[in-house]
Design a protein around this ligand. Structure first.
Ligand SMILES: *[C@@H]1O[C@H](CO)[C@@H](O)[C@H](O)[C@H]1NC(C)=O
Ligand SMILES: *[C@@H]1O[C@H](CO)[C@@H](O)[C@H](O)[C@H]1NC(C)=O
Ligand SMILES: *[C@@H]1O[C@H](CO)[C@@H](O)[C@H](O)[C@H]1NC(C)=O
Length: 383
């Protein structure tokens, strides 16, 4: 069972039928001890999301379109991972250029990346602008754009001031995003903070002479819109691993036989439960609302998600729809026959778990996409 499900399991014991955080707030807040419990629970929930404190966000920022598109590619509206094999690692981080100089020099502050995070791929995203129309039409149709890593002369015994990372031909008259892979440079910056002196972009003609930057321009600095600013995108892995329960996501989520009731039958089930007739093990909704928890300031998407929960009895006989293990079947028989004292019925628990994705602002107001394993109960079974 994952951390979050442990938390909810604990909460559910006390909260009963309609679990939600507002319920927690209303019914626990007035008492002293419960305030402590609540803050401890929220702190623990933050840890599940890999944080010590909620990021402090000052005012509304617009997340980069690239990150929004990426989120919509990997996650459905509830944040559930569409295809677990789409992303190589489990984290994507975006950084804006902190220099914002009018030169073609960029520097990205990577202080929010944990030392333990494995850098899989690093990309420099530059927005190429159309050449200014007022300038005479160049006789060149292509140019060579090269990205260099600036080196610290004092630290290395080398006459070279910069190291070539990536170079490409591009049409002079094109406009739009250009992506350069600069993984090795970012790895070296992660190994030695002080070595991050930034990047330099040089544009040359095919003949090798330096081109006027008025012809070939990349959006940067204060004169260009935020949506076109140079961006560093890191694909990383934080080393958290999936359990064996995690399976291919949404497609199987839909195939899972839903013993879960419609809203009408949910009501009748609840009332029958009140009459003392226990329902059999099944998957029921459990909506985790980030706004109710007070996290809507730093989480961009989703607003919340359905974690589901497992509820009901695992009494003999266990049908196949209860997805019993052989062990659970035997235990339910021993329990029914009362052969041995103190043997309970098997437990109704998640037997398939899916990951969700969060798009959020970190402490440095960079936008991060992170995948969290084992967050959604895909199906329930008697175990
Ligand atoms: C909370 O606890 C403190 C001491 O631990 C006590 O003085 C205070 O009256 C309590 N407040 C409530 C609302 O129970
Ligand atoms: C990077 O950002 C951190 C946190 O915002 C800050 O403390 C640090 O001074 C920054 N480093 C540089 C080189 O700007
Ligand atoms: C570079 O190395 C050579 C030989 O190892 C040494 O003579 C020279 O002083 C070094 N230069 C610098 C700038 O460290």
């Amino acid at each position: 069972m994952s951390d979050i499900n442990k938390i909810f399991a604990t909460l559910l014991c006390t909260v009963a039928a309609r679990p939600s955080f507002s319920y927690l707030e209303n019914h626990f807040a007035p008492e002293n001890e419960s305030v402590k419990v609540r803050s401890a629970a929220i702190k623990r929930l933050l840890e599940v999301f890999g944080m010590e404190d909620p990021p402090a966000i000052h005012g509304h920022k617009q997340p980069p379109q690239y990150m929004l598109d990426l989120y919509n590619t990997v996650a459905d509206v509830d944040g559930v991972t569409k295809d677990p094999y789409l992303l190589e690692g489990n984290t994507v981080r975006s950084f804006f250029d902190k220099m914002r100089s009018e030169q073609v020099e960029f520097r990205f502050n990577l202080s929010t990346v944990a030392r333990t995070e494995k850098i899989l791929t690093a990309e420099l995203h530059l927005f190429k602008l159309r050449p200014q129309a007022s300038l005479p039409i160049s006789r060149h149709h292509f140019c060579q754009v090269s990205v260099f890593q600036l080196l610290d002369m004092a630290k290395i015994n080398n006459t070279q001031q910069k190291k070539l990372l990536s170079s490409r031909l591009m049409p002079v008259h094109s406009a739009g995003w250009e992506v350069f892979t600069i993984t090795q440079a970012v790895r070296s910056w992660m190994a030695d903070d002080g070595s991050n002196l930034g990047l330099h972009v040089v544009v040359r003609t095919l003949g090798g002479s330096q081109m006027d930057m008025k012809h070939i321009r990349f959006a940067s600095g204060r004169s260009h819109h935020q949506s076109k600013q140079p961006m560093l995108v890191l694909f990383t892995d934080d080393g958290r691993h999936s359990t064996a329960l995690e399976r291919t996501a949404t497609s199987s989520l839909l195939q899972v036989p839903m013993s879960g009731p419609s809203s009408r039958s949910a009501r009748s089930l609840e009332s029958s439960e009140e009459e003392g007739v226990s329902m059999s093990c099944q998957r029921l909704p459990l909506y985790v609302d980030f706004e109710e928890i007070g996290w809507s300031g730093w989480i961009v998407s989703p607003r919340g998600y359905n974690a589901y929960h497992c509820k009901g009895s695992c009494s003999f006989p266990l049908g196949q729809n209860m997805r019993p293990t052989n062990h659970a079947t035997v235990q339910s028989i021993i329990n029914a026959l009362k052969l041995i004292k103190g043997i309970e019925m098997p437990c109704c628990v998640p037997d398939k778990l899916f990951s969700i994705n969060l798009l959020y602002f970190d402490d440095d107001e960079n936008v991060v996409l992170k995948q969290y394993n084992d967050m959604v109960a895909g199906s329930c079974g008697c175990h």
